[in-house]
Ligand binder design. Structure first.
Ligand code: G1P
Length: 290
């Protein structure tokens, strides 16, 4: 079986949920503590054995590519000033991963974004990571899915239980339990109403897919919101083949949403060895005053 070596990261979204912060700064570049969101996602790939990142991007998102490219001026200044520690960090980001960019020329949805990666995937399985979803876990979330893929040889999506009143925000799986944490997906539905949802297992932005998904994406009609939906393609795939849903180990933050973004900053701030003591004291102080 071929190994998962490539990851597709769609970054062409407008980030409307976190405006105005995302008006002229790509939402993927908003920091959680001291790193932009996209860097956490790339680091997750790196820790999971992925070798190439395929960014599905658009005009105005160049800051993301620049972040992973050499900045000679910055490096020279840091070198001259003897700021070795931060220079090493800046250089590491450039070494981190091979980044390939593809433009999504029209905003036609997640399924369409994935389809833009077709010429670069050939006949390999590949990972998809949505950068809004930050997952804090001991074993990287996409690495957990790769393990399931290596066991089953079939596509797998990360899921978590979501409150009923929020189910309309997610792709939802109709699950057949296989063992603890693992389900075979009978079907999928994108953003159902509460009474249409087949379960409370919502898809989180982590997937391992196989290239057959491209043929389906090329054939299915546009779905919810007038967009080409990845969930609809998975639903079609699940009718003929096995697709799995896996409840990953870890804590997920929806960092594309204002509250989720704040929660991620607090949680990651409290984990930062240099900040945590003073930050915790500060939080206690202000929460105590409420
Ligand atoms: C996308 C997917 C949805 C999934 C969600 C996870 O929706 O279409 O199936 O549950 O990501 O974050 P979006 O949040 O981009 O509308």
């Amino acid at each position: 079986m071929k190994k998962v070596k490539k990851a597709v990261i769609p970054v062409a979204g407008l980030g409307t949920r976190i405006l105005p912060a995302s008006k002229s700064v790509p939402k993927e570049m908003l920091p959680v503590v001291d790193k932009p969101l996209i860097q956490y996602i790339v680091e997750e790939c790196l820790a999971s054995g992925i070798e190439d990142i395929i960014l599905i991007t658009r005009q105005g998102k160049e800051a993301i590519e620049n972040h992973f490219d050499t900045d000679f001026e910055l490096e020279t200044v840091l070198e001259q000033k003897g700021k070795r520690e931060i220079l090493a960090i800046v250089k590491d980001i450039v070494q981190m991963m091979n980044i390939i960019s593809v433009r999504q020329k029209h905003p036609l949805g997640l399924g369409h974004a994935i389809l833009c990666a077709k010429p670069l995937i050939f006949d390999e399985p590949f990972a998809v990571l949505l950068p809004d979803d930050l997952v804090d876990s001991e074993e990287p979330c996409i690495g957990q899915l790769i393990e399931v893929f290596e066991e089953t040889g079939a596509p797998v999506v990360a899921v978590e239980r979501v409150p009923k009143e929020e189910i309309f925000r997610y792709g939802v799986v109709n699950p057949e339990p296989i063992r603890e944490n693992l389900y075979r997906a009978r079907s999928f539905i994108e953003k159902p109403a509460i009474d249409e949802a087949p379960s409370d297992l919502g898809i989180i932005g982590r997937y391992i897919l196989t290239p057959e998904i491209f043929n389906i994406l090329e054939r299915i009609p546009f779905g919810r919101g007038g967009e080409l939906q990845l969930t609809d393609a998975l639903n079609r795939f699940a009718k003929m083949n096995s697709v799995y849903a896996y409840t990953f180990k870890g804590k997920r933050y929806d960092a594309g949403d204002k509250l989720g973004y704040l929660k991620a900053n607090v949680a990651y701030g409290l984990k930062d060895p240099k900040l945590k003591k003073k930050f915790k004291a500060f939080l206690k102080e202000i929460v105590g005053k409420e």
